[in-house]
Design a protein around this ligand. Structure first.
Ligand SMILES: Cc1ncc(COP(=O)(O)O)c(C=O)c1O
Length: 419
């Protein structure tokens, strides 16, 4: 049977019973220790913005190697705050990749900016720096404000190269590192540069959604080495409120109230605070932070397991004729996803589902989402991304995937292609 002729019906129904436990593409790993950490915090005096937040921020900034970290309610909120802190305004043009979750682009729109997509490199699946350069060269300097490269699937972007380019054009960089805590690239001096370490990007963001490396339920983190941006993010995370008397705009007399004797005017009362900017409530809770701290302790262990799984997939599918491309084994890759590009993707996807293997597709190109089509984006604008989308499929990839489960996935893929 040719692959084209294979329909989307089960090929061998009897095999459905072989694996009654579904195998998803990603899954959280919650241990008894994680549960105890959350329970302890629930019994404490703080449910939100207590000591666990600062502890999580410190542990996370140590993990990625940045000076500062700001915990927020999710990765989308992190992106929004970054765009606000960098002062994205109505009409500001910002470049990003079409192969990402829509949030990477949407943060620009939240601030009224214009999203400009540049195509991906078909080998790495990352935003192609040459395409970004072409865009920048084609317009007068000052046309673009920033770039949002994404460490897609866990593969670290070469941010040194992006920094050099951004400096030429006076641009900021937000690294969307939702897929890559623990990932790194090698810089031109052969040093490891960890995702989110702040050495090249102005700001980096992470997500703690359950399928990510670290799960908080919902949660996010922003990292930076820039103290001013850090202060701004803290303020915007909580309604734009400032609680620092050296920064107050209203006078102490106003703060105290008109009935107070003039001798105390000059000091601000304890209750006083000022809302100086339009911020949001993007806070993480203390019990989510407790979960994050506990999860972070096992992050390296999880990463090592992800890399092992990737090596097994690579070995299984190397040189198979149905493979058009795959994530491979790349130094510093954090393997949030293991992507294959294959013939007859829909057939394979359905065949795997028949066997309770729930592969996923990452991503439908962002520029072809109906929302972005409204801005004039259309088929043919990003040929590499569109071609990738036609054949990509993300295989199960998470630290608790057992050897037997992975063998089952590999067996079913080979079976589908009759090899
Ligand atoms: C690349 C990327 N950016 C941003 C986000 C948004 O993160 P969150 O779901 O925590 O809001 C995600 C989450 O799926 C993502 O994969």
């Amino acid at each position: 049977m040719s692959l084209e002729n294979k329909n989307n019906k089960p090929v061998r129904d009897s095999q459905i019973a072989v694996n009654p436990d579904p195998i998803p593409y990603g899954r959280q790993n919650i241990t008894e220790e994680d549960i105890q950490a959350v329970i302890e915090t629930l019994k404490s005096d703080y449910l939100t913005q207590g000591p666990r937040i600062a502890e999580f921020e410190e542990a996370f900034s140590n993990y990625v190697g940045s000076k500062y970290a700001v915990a927020v309610s999710n990765g989308t909120a992190a992106l929004h705050l970054c765009a606000m802190a960098l002062n994205v305004q109505e009409g500001d043009k910002v470049i990003t990749t079409p192969i990402t979750f829509a949030a990477s682009a949407n943060c620009v729109r939240y601030c009224g900016g214009e999203v400009v997509f540049a195509d991906i490199d078909p080998e790495t699946y990352l935003l192609d720096i040459n395409k970004v350069r072409e865009l920048l060269e084609a317009s007068p300097k000052g046309t673009y404000k920033g770039i949002i490269p994404v460490d897609f699937a866990g593969r670290a972007v070469d941010l040194e190269a992006y920094r050099n380019l951004a400096n030429e054009y006076g641009l900021w960089i937000i690294e969307d590192s939702c897929h890559a805590p623990g990932g790194y690239f090698m810089d031109s001096d052969a040093n490891k540069q960890h995702c989110g370490n702040g050495n090249f990007a102005d700001l980096a963001i992470f997500s703690f959604h359950p399928v990510k490396h670290i799960a908080c339920g919902e949660g996010g983190m922003i990292t930076t080495n820039d103290e001013k941006l850090y202060d701004k993010l803290l303020q915007l995370r909580t309604h734009g409120i400032v609680k620092d008397e050296t920064k107050y705009i209203n006078s102490p007399a106003f703060a105290i109230g008109s009935t107070v004797r003039s001798s105390v005017v000059g000091t601000y009362p304890n209750w006083y605070m000022e809302m100086q900017d339009l911020g949001y409530n993007y806070r993480l809770t203390d019990f989510q932070a407790a979960l994050g701290i506990s999860q972070l302790k096992r992050a390296d262990e999880g990463l090592a397991k992800r890399r092992e799984i990737a090596a097994t997939y690579l070995k299984a599918f190397k040189e198979k004729k149905f493979i058009k491309g795959q994530s491979g084994v790349i130094e510093g890759h954090a393997y949030h996803l293991y992507v294959l590009e294959v013939e007859n993707r829909l057939g394979l996807y359905n065949y795997l589902r028949e066997h309770y293997i729930f592969a996923q597709i990452h991503y439908i190109p962002c520029h072809l989402m109906p929302y972005y089509r409204e801005f004039g984006w259309k088929e043919g604008d990003m040929p590499n991304a569109e071609n990738y989308y036609k054949q990509c499929i993300s295989l199960p990839m998470y630290p608790t995937l057992t050897d037997d489960e992975q063998s089952f996935v590999i067996e079913k893929i080979n079976e589908f292609y009759n090899v």
